[in-house]
Structures are given as C-alpha cells and as structure tokens.
Design a protein around this ligand. Structure first.
Ligand SMILES: Nc1ncnc2c1ncn2[C@@H]1O[C@H](COP(=O)(O)OP(=O)(O)O)[C@@H](O)[C@H]1O
Ligand SMILES: [Mg+2]
Length: 293
C-alpha cells in the first residue's frame, strides 16, 4: 500500500482537486483507494458526493473518541473508492487532541487495521501545519505538494520541507517527498517558467543528499486551468463522472499513470486514452454513480 499526503499550508492551490481526481483515476485504473479528508472545510467529502452534515461518524470521531474504530468511518462511494469523511467539528479536534497521548500518531494507529484493504491511501491536508497535518504526516509515507508556479511559492515550499524534515527526524522516519504537482498551471507565462526552472534546479541540487526530498520531482503532466475541474465539486462528482473527456480529466488520468508507474518505469500514455474512453462510454455527465452505504 502507498500512503500519500497532499500537503501545502497555503489554501486554494489544488490539494483537494488533486486528491479527489487523482484518487478517482487510480481507482479507475483498478486500484483500491481510500481517501482521508483531514480538512475541516470537508471539501473532499463534498466533492465525492457525501454530505458532511449527515454523517454518523467522521474522521473527527476517529481522532477524538477512543471507542470509534476505522470500520465505523470508512464509507464506500464507488466500486473501488472509499472515503473517511470530515465535518466542520474537525476544526475543534486540534485543541482537543493537544492533551492526548502520542497525539501525532492517533490517526495512524486508528487506520492501521484497514491498511491491507487498500492499494492507495490519499490524505487531503488542511491549509496549515498544525496537529491535523502532523497526523497526516505520521500516517503517510510520501508527501506530494500541489502548488502553483507563482511568486513566493518556493518560499512556502521551503517552510513545508522544513516541517517534513522535522517529522522525519521524529514521528515518521520513513517519510519522503515524492514531488510537486503543478496545478492551475499556465506554462506560457515567463513567471511560471522561471519558478519551474528554479524548482527543477533545487531538486537537482538535492540529489544524493540525506534530505527527505532527495528523490523529489515535478510530476508530468502539469494540470492546467480547466473550468470543468472547478465546476464538478458542486455536483458532488469527480471529473470522471462530470466530464470524463475534458482536458482536466485526461491530465489527471495521465498523472495517475505516472504516479502508479513509479518504480517500474512502465507508463504507456496510450492506456490513459483507452481508460478515458471506456469511462466516457460508461458514464454520462449528471449521473452520479455513487453507492453510498
Ligand atoms: N486545474 C484547475 N482548473 C481550474 N480550477 C481549479 C483547478 N484546480 C483547482 N481549481 C479550483 O481552485 C480552487 C482551489 O482548489 P482546491 O483544490 O480546493 O485547493 P486547496 O484544497 O489547496 O484549497 C477550487 O475552487 C477548485 O475548484
Ligand atoms: Mg482543500
């Protein structure tokens, strides 16, 4: 199982969009995927069609209530896709957790019993570096950073990397940064070109060093701005349910193949197209395919 935290302390950079659509793409490629929503805004939960106001139990209960186990909070939303939903209460969890024993590792301890039921765990972090994000970093083995190639983006990244390094020196010695996904990307602006080349140079210069990002890369493809990606959350649908043929869907499917193919060096872009077409034939926009349990 691979456990990937989508982390960036800045809001609005594409964390949730990437977690949901990359997760859904991995599921459609045949992997069993569990998404964990750790943001009190519950955007991931809404995005996959679950109403955070009508939950019996959420990730909040899992964190706070010793009696609540993983089985009570994992919900299936599609054939190979499940979610641990969030709700607004989660905002209070950080304060409530402060006095808990081993407070950074609560989520890991609670979810360990279901690790073998999934191939991927996709963890959507809140836009902060607080205790919820620390729980995500203790649970994950990889960090992927969704970001925009903007001025000051690299400054934010260095703060993030510092945090990952602290966690690797403490609660999670196995944590690595796998790379960056460029979101809402505008490849033709001078600014974005400069930021991308600085980022590339930074990663190159980290090769061989004993830092958690020594193997980090900029994932291909970058995800360009696509209005369909911004529309689908309000329908509680992934991009593959909402508009499976659009550029955003194709980009996330190719990204999923790049992520899934890591290590075996065997990603064939042709397969992405076949998958998209198969999905398009099976689903038409406006028809949610959820099987809420
Ligand atoms: N590639 C994209 N094209 C257009 N809109 C996007 C794209 N990626 C994200 N968005 C929109 O940008 C906003 C912020 O994205 P989101 O994934 O919620 O960021 P975060 O989780 O980091 O706060 C959302 O309204 C989302 O729908
Ligand atoms: Mg988000």
């Amino acid at each position: 199982m691979r456990r990937i935290a989508f982390m960036n302390q800045k809001g609005g950079v594409g964390k949730t969009t990437t977690a949901v659509n990359l997760g859904a793409a991995l599921a459609s490629l045949g992997h069993r995927v569990l998404m964990v929503d750790l943001d009190p805004q519950a955007h991931l939960t809404l995005h996959v069609g679950v109403d955070p106001a009508r939950l019996d139990a959420s990730v909040y209960d899992l964190l706070i209530d010793e009696e609540v186990g993983a089985e009570a909070v994992v919900r299936r939303v599609d054939e190979r896709l499940s979610v641990v939903p969030a709700e607004v209460n989660l905002a209070g969890a950080e304060a409530e957790l402060v006095s808990a024993a081993d407070r950074q590792r609560v989520l890991r301890r609670k979810l360990e019993p279901v690790f073998d039921r999934f191939d991927y765990m996709i963890i959507d972090c809140p836009p902060s570096l607080g205790l919820l994000t620390m729980n995500a970093l203790a649970l994950a083995e990889e960090v992927v950073v969704p970001m925009q190639a903007h001025f000051l983006a690299l400054q934010g990244l260095s703060k993030l990397l510092e945090t990952v390094q602290l966690v690797r020196g403490g609660v999670n010695g196995a944590l690595v940064v796998s790379g960056v996904v460029l979101c809402m990307h505008e490849p033709h602006t001078n600014l974005s070109r400069e930021v991308v080349s600085d980022l590339q140079a930074f990663f190159e210069q980290s090769r061989g060093q004993s830092v958690p990002w020594s193997g980090a890369k900029i994932y291909e493809p970058a995800i360009r701005r696509n209005v369909k990606l911004a529309e689908c959350p309000s329908f509680g649908q992934t991009i593959f349910q909402y508009e499976p043929m659009c550029a955003g869907a194709r980009a996330y499917m190719e990204l999923a193949q790049a992520v899934a193919g890591e290590g075996d060096g065997d990603d064939e872009p042709a397969t992405a197209r076949v998958q998209i077409e198969t999905l398009g034939a099976l689903r038409s926009p406006g028809e949610p395919q959820h099987t809420e349990s």
